[in-house]
Design a protein around this ligand. Structure first.
Ligand code: ADP
Ligand code: MG
Length: 725
């Protein structure tokens, strides 16, 4: 018997080195390399989807085999058919092909399709007979994610050889759980996903393996929740006649019903004996910042300090500014004009002058500053607090669990944590990705705000719309408003921004039919060149400035101030303004090459305009041809303002691995079969079972196989990626 941890190179199988180089080093790797799909014996691919230059794997019937002589050489030509169209495969001096292949056989052919004199053809593709062996035992043929060097049939052959020899070991999912959901055991499922006898068997295998993914993930998250609940936190109950009451009294508006409800949830958490771990989600402009500030004041009134962690310097500066403005004299402790009950707001960013920095560090360490706002700089070791009671993380998607933990480590007892995000999260994603957080949602926007209008401007189709867009900027500026022009990159010399990639994984191999391939796209606009162009061209009569990540912090800050104050009309910028920037007079945004941005990114971006009483307009420029997925994505953004709809759409378009941040980690996704949107019911069921099981056996002592699976998921950092998305 062969163990699942055995290395392929130690086993007597063919292609062991090739498979190892491909990333399949062990039996387990191979077992978990699930087929992309399965074909019936006489299935053929649809040739109409083939495009010049694509590397593809297709199935076809051999219509003719010809051996012809051309310039002293023998050629074998196969005419492959899908029943309607024909593609030729040419082999030079390859007698083997001539001998091995016969008319009416079914072949798997892998190679690059080229257009030659109007017809599609392969030259020396890899071919394999449609595995008669696979069908002898009545199984469906598996097609694996593969590469040029390691075509699908080599993987299939290795699996076929090994499957009967493997010792599958103990099932990580307990038998009673399996029985409850009528799922098969792991060994059967793994055998059947690779070599199913029929479609129902395959479906059963997938159901079981999908459940396992959900279950192990939920076990890890249940353990985390249990762990967190055990930690003691210092309760910070609301106190009367403190900063919070003074703040509420000077607030120029009344809180919305949603804000009041969330505030009550947070207040209850803060008064509790275990640390709050709450996610506050709400549309851009829904008033999260005010809610968070009230939580901070509650903690300060209870003797603690609060840290606010922002993803960018621009945002940290803005938070510090707007919090100080909202607090007014309440933030002027010890200063002339400061209120009697007051605190201070400190700001810490990476690129601050040393003297200023020293003062802010001192204020944080002494407790003089009740609120410390900062970027990643807050996480550094020498940053200390007198009594850190609350950590607020703004725009969670930029922060990982480690960062959260680094801040938590600065407090004597685990502080309460509030995470804010403007990207709405569908329920299942929340259950998986944010499985250790409680969730609060702000659904309504504070009254009086007009909806943002979004228009798609197709530059090649309607070139006349582009000058019209600049015209709109003129009109708005004439009314005293301001505009953003957002570009995907800073310098035209930089490598081009990745187009927001959809399905660019191995899947592209089977049918790489992106109708708008990266090579066909013009380079995207850059801030530096766009600024020059606009400032000397269509917007030369306006006050145009730049804002981007390569500017010095003081320059960025000065530019943002100038824009907010109205000394600058138009800001040419990058996604540095994506999150949280709040300039109510900004009413127009032009997003250049909008196709380079993700859906949620665009939704965030347009949230920057129309934050005041005037309506906002967002113009999405694109060169994507109508009908392509890139164009459709933009169309969906233009078509709805509902963040939840867009978040779902975004998820559907992306691979789950991306959703879980797996791309950055360069690992294979731990979720192979589970789809967060489609499998909501599976995830919900798995969560119930996982929570029960962990409640009775927190260390999984009675479930060693499950403990190993959970540890692998958590230990390899994958579970952290789960929380990072
Ligand atoms: P978010 O952080 O959710 O994007 P903010 O907290 O920045 O939203 O709020 C957006 C704007 O709305 C701010 O200018 C804020 O002062 C204002 N605001 C917040 N709550 C209310 C409210 N209840 N009524 C009116 N305006 C509000
Ligand atoms: Mg905000």
């Amino acid at each position: 018997m062969v163990s699942r941890t055995a290395r392929l190179v130690d086993l007597p199988i063919e292609d062991a080195e090739l498979l190892t180089a491909f990333g399949l080093a062990t039996v387990e790797d191979l077992l978990r390399h699930y087929p992309r799909r399965h074909y019936e014996r006489q299935e053929v691919s649809d040739f109409s989807r083939l495009r010049d230059g694509d590397y593809v794997t297709v199935q076809a019937r051999v219509a003719r085999v010809d051996r012809v002589r051309a310039r002293e050489k023998w050629l074998t030509k196969l005419s492959l058919t899908d029943g309607r169209r024909t593609v030729t495969a040419t082999f030079f001096n390859d007698r083997w092909v001539h001998r091995a292949v016969a008319r009416d056989q079914y072949l798997v052919v892998a190679g690059t399709v080229k257009s030659f004199r109007g017809a599609l053809q392969f030259t020396h593709p890899d071919i394999a007979q449609n595995d008669p062996e696979d069908h002898l035992d009545g199984t469906l043929g598996a097609v694996y994610p593969a590469s040029r060097k390691v075509p699908s049939w080599r993987i299939r052959r290795a699996v076929r050889t090994l499957l009967p020899l493997i010792d599958f070991g103990v099932d990580p999912v307990p038998a009673d759980v399996l029985a409850r959901h009528e799922l098969t055991d792991e060994a059967t499922a793994l055998r059947n996903i690779h070599r199913p006898v029929d479609r129902p068997t395959l479906a059963g295998a997938m159901d079981r393996l999908r459940f396992e993914e959900a279950f192990v993930t939920q076990v890890v998250l249940a353990q985390r929740r249990a762990e967190a609940a055990k930690q003691p936190a210092r309760p910070r109950p609301r106190a009367a006649a403190g900063l919070l009451d003074a703040f509420d009294a000077r607030l120029p508006f009344t809180l919305t019903a949603g804000q009041r409800q969330v505030a009550a949830e947070i207040e209850a958490d803060l008064a509790g004996e275990s640390p709050m771990l709450r996610l506050l989600q709400g549309e851009v402009g829904s008033g999260k910042t005010v809610v968070a500030l009230r939580a901070m004041l509650t903690v300060i009134d209870a003797g603690g300090q609060a840290a606010l962690l922002a993803p960018t310097e621009v945002l940290a500066q803005q938070h510090a500014r707007s919090i100080a403005a909202l607090l007014g004299p309440l933030a002027e402790a010890g200063r002339l004009g400061g209120a009697e009950v007051a605190t201070r707001v400190a700001l810490l960013t990476g690129s601050m002058p040393a003297t200023r920095r020293r003062q802010e560090l001192l204020d944080a360490a002494s407790g003089t500053a009740g609120i410390v706002v900062g970027t990643h700089a807050l996480l550094e070791q020498h940053v200390q607090f007198a009594d850190l009671g609350l950590v607020v993380v703004d725009e969670q998607h930029r922060f990982g669990v480690e960062q959260r933990d680094a801040l938590r480590a600065k407090a004597a007892q685990p502080p309460h944590v509030l995470v804010m995000t403007a990207t709405p999260i569908p329920r299942t994603v929340a259950m998986t990705v944010y499985g250790d957080l409680e969730i609060s949602t702000l659904r309504e926007l504070p009254g009086g705000r007009l909806p943002i209008e979004t228009q798609l401007v197709s530059a090649p189709e309607h070139p006349e719309w582009v000058p019209r867009a600049w015209g709109r900027i003129h009109e708005e500026v004439a009314k005293g408003h301001r505009a953003y022009v957002v570009c995907p990159r800073i310098d035209p010399g930089d490598s081009d921004a990745e187009p927001a990639a959809i399905n660019d994984d191995e899947g592209s191999q089977l049918f790489a039919d992106d109708p708008w391939p990266a090579a066909a796209r013009p380079p995207s606009r850059a801030v530096l060149s766009t600024y020059d162009e606009l400032a000397t061209g269509p917007l030369s009569d306006l006050r145009v400035s730049m804002l981007h990540g390569r500017m010095a912090a003081e320059d960025k800050d000065a530019t943002m101030r100038g824009f907010a104050a109205g000394d600058i009309d138009v800001l040419v910028t990058t996604t540095v303004i994506e999150v949280g920037v709040d300039v109510p007079a900004a009413t127009v945004m032009v997003v250049c090459d909008a196709d380079r941005f993700g859906i949620s990114q665009l939704h965030q971006l347009r949230g920057r305009v129309g934050r005041g009483s005037a309506a906002g307009l967002c113009l999405l420029f694109t060169t994507a041809p109508p009908g392509t997925p890139a164009y459709e994505r933009l169309d969906s953004v233009a078509g709805t303002l509902d963040g939840f709809t867009l978040a779902r759409y975004d998820l559907e378009m992306r691979r789950e691995g991306d959703v879980l941040g797996d791309r950055q980690s360069g690992r294979r996704s731990s979720l192979r079969l589970l789809r967060l949107l489609r499998d909501e019911a599976v995830i919900a069921r798995a969560r119930v079972d996982a929570t029960d099981l962990v409640a009775g056996d927190p260390l999984l002592a009675k479930h060693p196989a499950l403990a190993a699976a959970a540890e692998e998921l958590a230990g390899e950092g994958r579970a952290d990626y789960l929380a990072k998305a």
